[in-house]
Design a protein around this ligand. Structure first.
Ligand code: NZQ
Ligand code: ZN
Length: 382
């Protein structure tokens, strides 16, 4: 397919790079520093950021939730407008960076409640610039154009896209990962791994470069994810942080068919049951692969052979073996592979209803995953 790749995010990677804030933030800026539950104040990141912002006027807004909440961002927008800020700096994981991008879009609308417009793709004429300091590799949010935001009032979790909100710079310092819990590290690796699969496991097209790079990312995550958990070495942090960024910065998905059904079903599970994002993916992805095994057979078999060194010549058998290897990998990364493991009073109808309200009942690379397919995938995943 035709495609455009335009990723202008200035990435500064490596230990100590938070110092480059001095070069990246224009002098005398009015910065809104956005952060989450306070981890940055305990692990020293906040102090490094404030040192880097010495030449700016800084306003703070903390308390962005995991799976950021729109109603909280309405309060943040008030602070941004009141202080006439000219840069939003998100310091945290995907939640905080998504929130920063959404806020940068929301503030210039001038509206107290622009959810419906933004969900409908009606973007303001200008967007505030965003900077990102990543402390949890997982989502790729630091150099992509997407924010995933939940509205508590609407009980809805939706992706929003605004190219103008793609961060102008992103600082990726792997040493910030030292204070992450095992669970967050596991989640990050599984989320990034799934991002590659959602852009890869479709029907083959003429894209050997995309596929080869995707396979490298999958191999790196499958090799270094477990090492990250076991050793917490600098090498593991560096490789996982860079892989997670590359997995969802727009490159491997450019011009190829994609299937984001696992993510859309996963967002519904998080919206209704508050399950960690990655753990919704690990329970849905294997069952989606099985449900669509015939349609995705060629790429599943290729994935099995290239990433998991499966030598089976029969594509159907190799595809099923690849699914089993994926399940084993998710388990190694401490993530569940069945809904029953989540211990919820689960309602398939509730998930379908969320997808309907989100306008997401036409899913899959062939647009053939509808409400009844989702029910069957959920039954397989039970
Ligand atoms: O709140 P703080 O204090 O920042 O603590 C966070 C949070 O409790 C903590 N944490 C982050 N860095 C830390 C740290 N704790 C100690 N040391 C550090 N260095 O980790 C917890 C989880 O953080 P969160 O940002 O929620 O995790 P993640 O990066 O996995 O982001 C998940 C969100 O991103 C969305 C998800 O739906 C979810 O809302 N996604 C965004 C995407 C995008 N923009 O392209 C794509 C993804 O598929 C995903 O949907
Ligand atoms: Zn994800």
């Amino acid at each position: 397919m035709k495609f455009r790749v335009y990723n202008p995010t200035d990435i500064r990677f490596g230990t100590g790079q938070i110092q480059s804030l001095r070069d990246l933030v224009p002098l005398k800026s009015r910065v809104l520093l956005l952060y989450g539950g306070g981890s940055i104040k305990q692990n020293g990141i906040y102090d490094q950021v404030m040192a880097g912002l010495a030449e700016s006027t800084v306003f703070e807004f903390g308390g962005v939730e995991q799976n950021p909440v729109y109603e909280t961002l309405q309060k943040a927008a008030h602070v941004a407008r009141e202080n006439d800020v000219d840069l939003i700096l998100g310091v945290g994981g995907g939640s905080v960076i998504d929130a920063a991008k959404f806020l940068a879009t929301m503030v210039p609308t001038g509206s107290e409640d622009p959810w419906a417009d933004l969900a409908g793709g009606k973007l303001p004429a200008r967007t505030l610039p965003v900077g990102a300091i990543l402390t949890l590799p997982a989502t790729g949010s630091e150099s992509n154009a997407v924010s995933v935001i939940s509205s508590r009032e609407r009980k809805l979790k939706l992706p929003f896209k605004n190219e103008a909100a793609r961060p102008v710079f992103a600082i990726l310092d792997p040493s910030t990962m030292q204070s992450l819990s095992r669970r967050q590290l596991e989640n990050g690796v599984v989320d990034a791994f799934t991002h590659v699969l959602e852009q890869y496991l479709t029907a083959p097209v003429n894209a050997p470069i995309h596929y080869g790079y995707g396979e490298t990312l999958l191999q790196v995550l499958s090799e270094w994810g477990p090492k990250l958990i076991e050793t917490g070495s600098d090498e593991a942090r560096e490789n996982v942080m860079w892989a997670a960024n590359q997995a969802l910065n727009g490159l491997i998905g450019a011009g190829v068919p994609q299937d984001w059904s696992t993510h859309m079903i996963g967002h519904a599970i998080t919206a209704l049951y508050n399950v960690d994002h990655a753990r919704t993916l690990s329970v849905i992805m294997p069952s989606l692969m099985r449900y669509k095994a015939a349609q995705k057979q060629a790429m599943l078999a290729r994935y099995g052979r290239k990433v998991w060194s499966i030598s089976e010549p029969d594509d159907a058998i190799a595809a099923e073996m690849a699914i089993e290897r994926t399940e084993r990998f998710f388990k190694t990364m401490g993530c569940p592979i069945r809904i029953s493991e989540l211990g919820l009073d689960f309602s398939e109808a509730g998930i379908v209803e969320h997808l309907e309200r989100a306008g997401q009942t036409v899913l899959g690379e062939n647009r053939d995953i509808d409400a009844s397919s989702v029910k069957q995938i959920l039954s397989l995943a039970a």
